[in-house]
Design a protein around this ligand. Structure first.
Ligand code: ADP
Ligand code: MG
Length: 167
């Protein structure tokens, strides 16, 4: 697929059309090879466009969890893979070794209704330590992120086809 290096720092725009959830997951795995923490991955696209499905591939590709263990954080709001199970523990921090797998946060702001609720999530606390943060519906609230970011846009193309655009 010819991924560029750290996609977040590139101004290049490119897109691909996948024809099944499995293809989207496979694309996400491949895409993750070019990613390096710290990084914010912003996913945009309508409900059912494949944001969570794509995240399965990215999380698996980063080695943080198996794809079947990655589920939608629609109600739980934030999941953490590959490290401490709670945000508090993640913030307390442990010495990170270069060989450690990436910690991956997967958040979904769809059900967050107010800026106050958004702030209560404490997402900014995660920036204390390099990780990959993948966010669905991030466009709903302004997030002050000191990390590089990459935007992935998903679009329904009819049936099981989805266009994924990087940039
Ligand atoms: P979102 O998180 O954007 O709301 P989901 O990933 O939860 O979307 O849901 C996408 C749905 O569409 C899943 O049921 C998935 O199996 C299905 N689907 C069908 N084709 C594709 C495709 N090409 N890419 C991603 N998901 C697909
Ligand atoms: Mg989702």
């Amino acid at each position: 697929m010819g991924e560029q290096g750290q996609a977040g720092t590139s101004s290049e725009t490119k897109s691909v059309v996948t024809r099944s959830a499995e293809e989207t997951i496979a694309w996400g795995r491949e895409f993750a090879r070019g990613l390096k923490a710290p990084l914010l991955v912003l996913l945009t696209g309508d409900l059912g466009s494949g944001k969570t499905t794509l995240t399965k591939g990215i999380v698996a590709g980063l080695g943080a969890a198996d794809e079947e263990d990655v589920t939608s954080p629609t109600f739980t709001l934030v999941h953490v893979y590959g490290d401490e199970p709670t945000r508090g523990a993640a913030v307390a921090g442990t010495a990170s070794s270069p060989s450690a797998r990436s910690v991956v946060y997967h958040g979904d702001l769809y059900r967050i209704e107010s800026f106050h609720d958004f702030e209560t999530l404490g997402l900014e606390d995660a920036f204390a330590k390099p990780a990959v943060m993948i966010l669905e519906w991030s466009e709903k609230f302004p997030l002050q992120a000191p990390w590089p970011q990459v935007r992935l846009k998903l679009e329904h193309m009819g049936g099981d086809s989805r266009r994924i655009t990087v940039g």
